[in-house]
Design a protein around this ligand. Structure first.
Ligand SMILES: Cc1cc2nc3c(=O)[nH]c(=O)nc-3n(C[C@H](O)[C@H](O)[C@H](O)COP(=O)(O)OP(=O)(O)OC[C@H]3O[C@@H](n4cnc5c(N)ncnc54)[C@H](O)[C@@H]3O)c2cc1C
Length: 450
């Protein structure tokens, strides 16, 4: 059996190590950071994440669904906050469907615990991989690491958006790589809990304050607080760089987010203290080198966070890889080449969907034409109950391939635009033509639910 090394004990590397152990492999995981189970997490580093169906499927296969449900808060829709303080809940799907807010640290710790305690995998912390010899399987760690180097038959790079394995693969002939930053960055802020530990906003929603070019969002935490993220331009007349003093910050918040100010007693201090981070999309190909190296998770496909799918997509990578291991057993050439063939088009599709969703979240959710189309979509969903699946549902509440969701989403949008121009929408929706369109779009796709 191969000796397998995983670089990165983040969400994807830790889950992957559990799957590999299930197939009987001996796995060593090397992580650049200290053991997070013993460290205090610094404020301002994306504290909670939205978990949806693809992520749940990955956790279920690792036997972790029930433990994660205990630390996850369902969010049934987006609560849109307008400047005048009014709130409007837009459900994500039908009744019973929700995405879940979960603490990144709690989830990651759970995965490391399960992997190290229940499978015997070995984790080495404070080990930063620097140079990887792809052919020989040699990994050289930086000078601060206790172990200077190691050798392995197969290396997985689950080492995130700035992967060391990917860096070494960059020097391969015909290796394609693109990396693009958007003009917006993000900063985390906090709405603390009320006096009795209660949530000060609707607990079961993802809150959004869309302001056209920028937005604030808030996800609930178990302790009654909300982690807020301000997605904002780096530069320009109203931007991170233009808000220099406490007065600038308070003028900005009072103008755009007046209802949040009373809920955030330390927003000015937090704004200056917490880091501003950038948002990158990374696409590359190939993801593998022979049967010796493979990129997975953000290392293969970092995306912007606006569909809440980066981790979910990485977990789906793991389930697809596991299914291929079951299918091709020890034939790693087949496993890895099929893996990249299956996943690459889907990773590209979710990267595009995530960029599009930024425009929807920060701007369109408050746009009358968009809301008109949403209403028509709701009528269609009612009329074709159980048959029609919205693009959001395809991504978040199903395992339909992302590439298919992207294509179907375009067709649905075109149809909604046609219907928005029709005088009698209700009649158009009951037409035979509409029924055959639904038949062709959704031959027999059940919606999964958690
Ligand atoms: C603001 C924000 C919000 C997000 N929200 C969501 C969301 O709601 N839902 C969702 O599904 N996704 C979300 N994501 C995306 C999600 O965080 C990532 O897709 C996910 O963390 C990817 O997991 P990973 O294990 O591939 O990479 P990472 O989580 O980046 O883990 C990589 C690990 O490798 C380690 N490492 C790095 N370099 C080395 C090295 N040289 N040697 C050894 N170890 C190394 C790192 O320390 C890290 O522990 C969000 C991202 C951001 C930035």
């Amino acid at each position: 059996m191969k000796e397998i090394t995983i670089l990165g004990a983040g969400l994807v590397g830790s889950l992957l190590s559990v799957y590999l152990a299930k197939r009987g492999y001996k796995v060593s995981v090397y992580e650049r950071r200290p053991d997070m189970r013993r460290e205090k997490i610094t404020a301002g580093r994306s504290i909670n994440l939205a978990l949806s169906d693809r992520g749940w499927k990955g956790l279920e296969l690792a036997g972790l669904k029930d433990s994660v449900r205990k630390i996850a808060i369902p969010m049934v829709g987006r609560m849109v906050h307008s400047v005048n303080g009014s709130q409007n809940l837009q459900p994500y799907g039908k009744e019973g469907q929700a995405i879940y807010s979960v603490s990144r640290a709690a989830l990651n710790k759970l995965l490391i615990d399960v992997s190290s305690e229940q499978t015997g995998n070995r984790f080495y912390f404070n080990q930063r991989a620097e140079i990887i010899d792809l052919e020989k399987g040699n990994i050289v760690f930086d000078s601060n690491s206790l172990i200077p180097s190691t050798k392995s038959d197969l290396i997985f790079g689950a080492d995130g958006a700035f992967s060391a394995l990917r860096h070494s693969m960059q020097f391969l002939d015909r290796f394609n790589l693109s990396q693009s930053y958007i003009d917006h960055g993000y900063k985390e802020l906090t709405i603390p809990s009320g006096k009795n530990g209660e949530h000060l906003l609707h607990k079961n929603a993802l809150h959004i304050w869309p302001r056209k070019n920028f937005m604030l969002i808030a996800l609930p935490n178990l302790d009654g607080s909300f982690t807020c993220t301000l997605f904002f331009q780096f530069d320009g007349p109203i931007s991170f760089s233009s808000l220099k003093t406490n007065e600038d910050v308070s003028t900005f918040f009072l103008e755009y987010f007046p209802d949040v100010v009373p809920l955030m007693p330390t927003y000015k201090e937090d704004f200056h203290r917490n880091t501003t981070s950038s948002l990158v999309t990374v696409k590359c190909f190939p993801w593998i080198y022979k049967d010796k190296c493979c990129l997975i998770g953000d290392a293969a496909h970092a995306i912007v966070p606006f569909f809440g799918q980066g981790m979910n997509c990485g977990f789906e990578d793991c389930t697809v890889l596991y299914e291929l291991m079951n299918q091709y057993e020890e034939d790693w050439n087949m496993v890895l080449s099929e893996f990249q063939k299956l996943r690459k088009p889907n990773a590209d599709a979710i990267a595009d969907l995530a960029l599009n969703n930024f425009i929807e979240m920060r701007d369109l959710v408050a746009d009358p034409y968009f809301l008109k189309k949403k209403n028509i979509e709701r009528l269609i969903a009612d009329r074709f109950e159980g048959r029609y699946i919205s693009p959001y549902q395809m991504v978040s509440f199903s395992n339909i391939a992302y590439a298919e969701a992207l294509e179907k989403g375009k067709a649905i949008n075109a149809r909604l635009e046609e219907l928005a121009a029709v005088e009698d929408v209700e009649e158009a929706i009951t037409s035979e033509e509409m029924t055959s369109w639904i038949d062709s779009m959704f031959p027999s796709t059940p919606i999964t639910n958690h």
